[in-house]
Design a protein around this ligand. Structure first.
Ligand SMILES: Nc1ncnc2c1ncn2[C@@H]1O[C@H](COP(=O)(O)OP(=O)(O)OP(=O)(O)O)[C@@H](O)[C@H]1O
Length: 254
C-alpha cells in the first residue's frame, strides 16, 4: 500500500487574532490552506470571513502568525503574489471608465492621460478572453452586469501570476446560471494554473461541488476544517450556522 505524502500548506495561520474598533473579531485562528487546492471559507454573517482575507493581504493589523511557504516577500503592504476579488466594488458613476481604462490603470505604469499603450491594450484583451468577457473591453464599467464585473475583477486578480487567489463571495448578486458558470471557471483556473484559492461563499451547494477543503468560522474562531464530504454534515452545519441543514449530493448536468 502506498502512503500519500501529507498535504503541503501554502499558508499556515497560527493563533491569528484581529481586533477592529476595539472588538476582537478573529480570536486565535489556527488553520492551513493547502497548496493548489480550493478552500471554501464559510460561516454566518459577521463571523470574520472578510476580516481573515484582509488580514492575509496586510489590510488589517494582526497578532499571531501568517506564514507563507513560498519564496515571495509577503511583508509588503499588498503582497504581489496574492490576487483579491472583493465582495463588492463601489464605483463612482460620474467617472465613466471603460473596462479597458480600468485594467490599464492597474496594468500600466504610466498615467492614463498618456493613452493606453498597444502592449497594455493587448494584455487587457488577453486577460479578458481568459475569463470569457473580451467583448466588454470598450464598455463602461458602470454598465456591466454583476457577472461580467466579477469576471473583470477576476481577470485583474489573476495578473500577473498569483500564488494565492482570495475571492470574497465572488458570485453574490449573480443569477444562478452565471453563478454556476463562475464557479466552474474558478475550478478550471485552479486545475490549469495550480493557483491556490481561498473562497468565501454562502452557497453550500457550490462549496460541495467545487471546494477541496472547507474552513468553518464561527464567532471569529475555527469551528471545523476538512473535505466537504466530512464537513458539510447536518451536525457540523448546525454548529456553524445554528440551524438544521441537510446537504444532498450534487448532480449538475453538463
Ligand atoms: N472596520 C471595522 N471596524 C469595526 N468593526 C468591523 C470593521 N469591519 C468589520 N467589522 C466587524 O467585524 C465583524 C466581522 O466582519 P466580517 O466582514 O469579517 O464578517 P463576514 O463573516 O465577512 O460577514 P459577511 O458574511 O456578512 O460578509 C462584524 O461584526 C463587523 O461588523
Amino acid at each position: 500500500m502506498t502512503t500519500l505524502p501529507p498535504p503541503r500548506p501554502l499558508v499556515s495561520l497560527r493563533d491569528l487574532r484581529v481586533e477592529l474598533g476595539g472588538n476582537p473579531i478573529l480570536r486565535g485562528v489556527t488553520a492551513g490552506i493547502t497548496r493548489g487546492t480550493i478552500t471554501a471559507l464559510i460561516g454566518l454573517n459577521g463571523s470574520g470571513k472578510t476580516t481573515l482575507l484582509r488580514a492575509l493581504v496586510n489590510e488589517y493589523p494582526h497578532k499571531g502568525t501568517i506564514q507563507f511557504h513560498c519564496g515571495h516577500d509577503h511583508s509588503q503592504p499588498y503582497p504581489e503574489a496574492i490576487g483579491y476579488v472583493p465582495q463588492r466594488l463601489t464605483l463612482d458613476a460620474r467617472l465613466p471608465l471603460t473596462v479597458g481604462d480600468f485594467l490599464a490603470l492597474t496594468l500600466s505604469r504610466r498615467p492614463l492621460f498618456f493613452g493606453i499603450s498597444k502592449k497594455v491594450a493587448a494584455r487587457s484583451r488577453a486577460i479578458l478572453e481568459r475569463v470569457g468577457v473580451a467583448d466588454c473591453l470598450d464598455r463602461p464599467v458602470e454598465g456591466l452586469s454583476g457577472g461580467q464585473l466579477q469576471r473583470v475583477l477576476l481577470a485583474l486578480a489573476l495578473e500577473p501570476h498569483p500564488e494565492l487567489l482570495l475571492l470574497d463571495e465572488p458570485a453574490s448578486g449573480i443569477d444562478f446560471k452565471d453563478q454556476k458558470k463562475f464557479y466552474e471557471l474558478i475550478s478550471s483556473i485552479n486545475r490549469e494554473t495550480g493557483v491556490t484559492v481561498l473562497l468565501v461563499s454562502h452557497d453550500l451547494n457550490m462549496v460541495q461541488a467545487h471546494a477541496h477543503d472547507v474552513l468553518c468560522l464561527r464567532g471569529g474562531s475555527i469551528q471545523c476544517q476538512g473535505p466537504p464530504d466530512e464537513i458539510l454534515t447536518p451536525i457540523n452545519m448546525s454548529l456553524v450556522f445554528g440551524a438544521e441543514l441537510h446537504m444532498f449530493p450534487h448532480r449538475y448536468g453538463t
